[in-house]
Design a protein around this ligand. Sequence first.
Ligand SMILES: *Cc1c(COP(=O)(O)O)cnc(C)c1O
Length: 371
Amino acid sequence: MSTTTSPTATFPIPFKTTRSQAARVLAERESILANPGFGKHFTDHMVSIDWTVEQGWHDAQVLPYGPLQLDPAASVLHYAQEIFEGLKAYRHADGSIWTFRPEANGERMQRSARRLALPELPTDLFVESLKQLLAVDADWVPSAPETSLYIRPFMIANESFLGVRSAHRAAYYVIASPAGPYFAKGVAPVSIWLSTDYARAAKGGTGAAKCGGNYAASLLPQQEAYENGCAQVLFLDPQEGKYLEELGGMNVFLVMKDGTLVTPELSGSILEGVTRASIIQLARDRGHEVQERKVAIDEWRDGVASGQVVEAFACGTAAVVTPIAALKGKGFVAGDESAPAGKLTMALRQELTDIQYGRVADRHNWLTRLA
Ligand SMILES: *Cc1c(COP(=O)(O)O)cnc(C)c1O
């Protein structure tokens, strides 16, 4: 199935690369890259690094992409001890490949690991793992406008043990999936559904960690959103059910009449998005005031009616910035579902993607070259 090539020694631990013998041929890859969709196709290789209490991180490898062998008693399958990350590789006009603020993802993965009682992967090893994968799979980064390679690092507890405690064995993997433009027909504003029956996170829970368990809890309310003609679900704070938190997988911003941006403060149950932090910076660079504070749901609903709230958007790596046309909930609609995207929303989206694709100067040094 595969042959072993020479080990590629790198700091801080060496990676061994095994080239896939089942790698797709050029024509096959090109047909996938012509219409990749999202999260459907995967590159020819993946990264795997093992961890044990005794040995720490060891056995770093780039391997042919393929199924994992897991013992049925692996703790991740029973107690959901799992975390993940999501970032993208962008091909620039000169063919070079870059990623966006990977240290921020690496540091966030360490915070997620602490909360889920998983081992922390050193940030330089995290960044190196991306470079190692791209060294063999660079051809999988598409070049059409607004396309990218979505990179999914993740970590699981894989000790075979049904006792309830943090696992003594874990594994870190990186897989990657070519991604088409998120909005195939141009950026389209969406309606979002206000969930009042469910929360995605609890006080003291795992809301600030990027873990699969949070997503499992968001799927039923997400289904309710679809049934009500909405693309995403908005969650409120778990204690009072009064303040905005975030969507299932995106942070949220409001734009006020005077140009001020408002976004929920990091409450301990909100995921700290890299896109969120970058938008705050870009908006401040443009001279906008940005407030991170508690935002009552009534401030949004009443603000749309009074004209105080003029734009709303969600943001995250996958869709970058998604304009929100209307907020819907049981018995109300705030906003106009057919409203066009807000001006500032689209300007911030444009500026962020211009930086990511190397079309404007990277004045904050946000880009890291991968290949
Ligand atoms: C990943 C994620 C986000 C967005 O984070 P980015 O770093 O901007 O991609 C927001 N909310 C949740 C729950 C997430 O998992």
